[in-house]
Design a binder for this molecule. Structure first.
Ligand code: C2E
Ligand code: CA
Ligand code: CA
Length: 573
């Protein structure tokens, strides 16, 4: 009897222990945010636990009811889900599947585990169902960020390079070609500055949206950066060829882009094209080649298309070499100045000298400024070079003035990049003070390209210089916009008539009429005239006769070294 009591107590204790464990497991399940389904094969009985009710409004009691779960997911997911849930059919131990809910907004994961007895017969199955919508959205977001550009919805640079790489492999296998176009909106900075960044962003989006229309299985469109896009076309032919796309772009840019605030923007674009396999065989190189020729379009006046070819590549490589060499020359200060004398026409008295920079390369060759100033203006070297020229020429003038006591004019060429720097005027005036030079004896030569920039800024600087006594000369007159209105608008002392006029003035009637009227009008405005590039007596006599004030040219003096100029000064003494 005692034995029986003992057995009964033991059973009770075990039961209590079991109930406590059940409670514990239930709490864990409830706290997990997942729904659980436990199936006993022996009993064909199903127990649901956890947050089942948060997921489903039905209960499942036996195996056949599990089919209800299929109605919860999208149709295409049903078969894979069935395989995952009934994994015991294939003898698997566990499975995992992610399914989209039939509302298309939610994602569930199903994790299934089956246990088997020693004979391999399934005994128990546990299914865990979790709402992974948040996780999926985050994954999608990350995926989007990895592939697309947020602003335009086009492919981003990195993913585009991957896709272009795939195009290239396919093209290599099939012996096809791929075209890569880099498209850049002309003068975007001006639009952005003028209309504001919001409008600028809107334009980038709108134009991107337009380009997106080209995309299909064989055409990918990407937003490279800022206002630059790139299109790659696999085996381009028919309507997806570069010519067709170019035509469509031209057609679209004929009408303005309308912004949200009703504003309208007209744009033009510059397009560079590189073809696989001719130009390069890797995605990055092709984009680079297309970019190089796109910049060529910019140089040629924008709003055009340019194809990459071998001569362009060679020129580009030469430019890179030159670019590096020029930077090295700036570092080592491998420059020197020559001076070309200017004379009064009447008595051929020395009026002044123009400082002309030369680059002395490693082999001792003099490189003409025409060969490196344009590059220096592009790569920024003009700033240190220009500062050096200003300092050196003023220093040289101070020395001559002290040594020979003869006042004349030192003319210094100033490029637009240099002039536009905020510290230009101050630095020039500081240098004059440093060398104790009378500003009246210094002249800066500027070109019309400076005057067409921001009027106020240009004018204020000229006024400051003029007030300090520095003379202003308008260089190369006749090559640019040639508007005499500048002489009225800006405080200019001297006008230099370009050599191209002097070259033909004796042989071309129209040039003669223009030259004479320039000289007369300038005189009426109280501005002096200098003729540049006077090479022979006939030109000199003619210019003297029509009243040109001053002469500069090989006839009376080539650009020469400081020692040679000193010979001239000594002769004057
Ligand atoms: P520029 O200011 O028009 O200078 C006159 C150029 O014409 C000089 O060439 C000079 O050597 C050349 N020249 C003068 N008389 C004659 C002539 O009778 N016949 C011929 N065939 N040529 C003549 P250079 O020294 O090669 O300078 C070329 C250009 O480089 C200059 O044209 C100027 O625009 C630029 N430059 C020169 N030095 C500087 C500088 O220090 N700073 C800047 N920004 N530009 C400079
Ligand atoms: Ca000049
Ligand atoms: Ca000139």
């Amino acid at each position: 009897m005692n034995e029986l009591h003992y057995q009964l107590d033991l059973l009770k204790a075990m039961n209590q222990k079991l109930t406590a464990k059940d409670k514990m497991y239930k709490m864990i399940c409830d706290a997990s945010n997942s729904a659980y389904l436990y199936y006993s094969f022996a009993k064909n009985e199903i127990v649901t636990m956890g947050c089942w009710r948060n997921f489903f409004d039905f209960e499942i009691r036996e195996a056949k009811d599990m089919a209800c779960l299929f109605e919860e997911v999208e149709e295409s997911e049903i078969l894979p889900l069935r395989d995952a849930l009934f994994l015991e059919k294939s003898g698997e131990l566990s499975s995992y599947i992610e399914c989209k809910n039939k509302d298309g907004k939610h994602w569930y994961s199903f994790r299934v585990k089956v246990e088997y007895d020693e004979l391999g017969t399934p005994t128990d199955k546990l299914i865990e169902i979790t709402d992974i919508t948040k996780l999926k959205n985050q994954q999608n977001e990350l995926m989007y960020m990895a592939h697309f550009d947020y602003m335009t919805g086009l492919y981003n640079r990195n993913y585009f390079i991957t896709l272009l790489g795939a195009f290239l492999s396919k093209a290599e296998n099939n012996g096809c070609s791929v075209s890569v176009m880099v498209i850049d909106i002309d003068d975007f900075k001006k639009i952005n500055d003028g209309m504001g960044m919001v409008a600028g962003d809107e334009l980038i989006q709108s134009f991107g949206l337009f380009l997106k229309e080209f995309s299909d299985d064989n055409v990918i469109v990407c937003h490279l950066n800022n206002d630059v896009y790139c299109i790659a076309a696999y085996d381009p032919s028919g309507v997806r060829s570069v010519e067709h796309m170019h035509k469509a772009i031209q057609g679209r840019t004929k009408s303005p882009f309308v912004l949200m605030d009703g504003g309208q923007v007209n744009i033009t674009v510059s397009i560079g094209v590189a073809l696989y396999p001719e130009a390069a065989d890797s995605a990055l190189e092709l984009i680079n080649c297309a970019e190089i020729v796109m910049f060529r379009c910019k140089d040629k006046g924008k709003n055009c298309i340019q194809y990459f070819d071998a001569p362009i590549l060679n020129e580009f490589l030469n430019n890179i070499e030159m670019d590096n060499k020029l930077k090295e020359a700036v570092f080592n200060n491998n420059f020197l100045l020559h001076y070309q004398p200017q004379f009064f026409t009447g008595d051929k008295r020395l009026r002044g000298v123009e400082a002309l920079v030369r680059w002395k390369d490693d082999a001792g060759h003099m490189i003409s400024p025409n060969a490196f100033i344009p590059l220096a203006e592009k790569n920024g070297c003009i700033v240190p070079i220009g500062s050096w020229v200003v300092e050196q020429s003023i220093k040289q003038y101070a020395k001559w003035r002290k040594c020979y006591g003869i006042p004349f004019v030192m003319s210094i060429n100033i490029s637009a990049v240099q002039y536009n720097r905020d510290d230009f005027v101050n630095k020039l005036l500081e240098t004059l003070e440093k060398y104790n030079v009378n500003p009246n004896e210094i002249e800066i030569e500027i070109t019309e390209s400076i005057l067409i920039e921001d009027f106020e800024k240009v004018f204020d600087k000229l006024k400051l210089l003029r007030q300090a006594g520095v003379r202003i000369s308008l260089d190369d007159f006749g090559t640019g916009y040639s508007s005499l209105s500048y002489l009225k608008k800006f405080p200019i002392d001297t006008l230099k008539i370009d050599k191209s006029f002097i070259d033909t003035v004796l042989t071309d009637g129209a040039t003669r009429i223009i030259t004479e009227s320039i000289i007369n009008m300038v005189k009426a405005l109280g501005v002096e005239s200098i003729a540049e590039g006077v090479e022979n007596e006939a030109q000199y006599n003619y210019l003297h006769a029509v009243g040109c004030d001053m002469i500069q040219g090989y006839l009376l003096g080539k650009p020469q070294t400081s020692e040679e100029i000193e010979d001239i000064l000594r002769r004057i003494l």
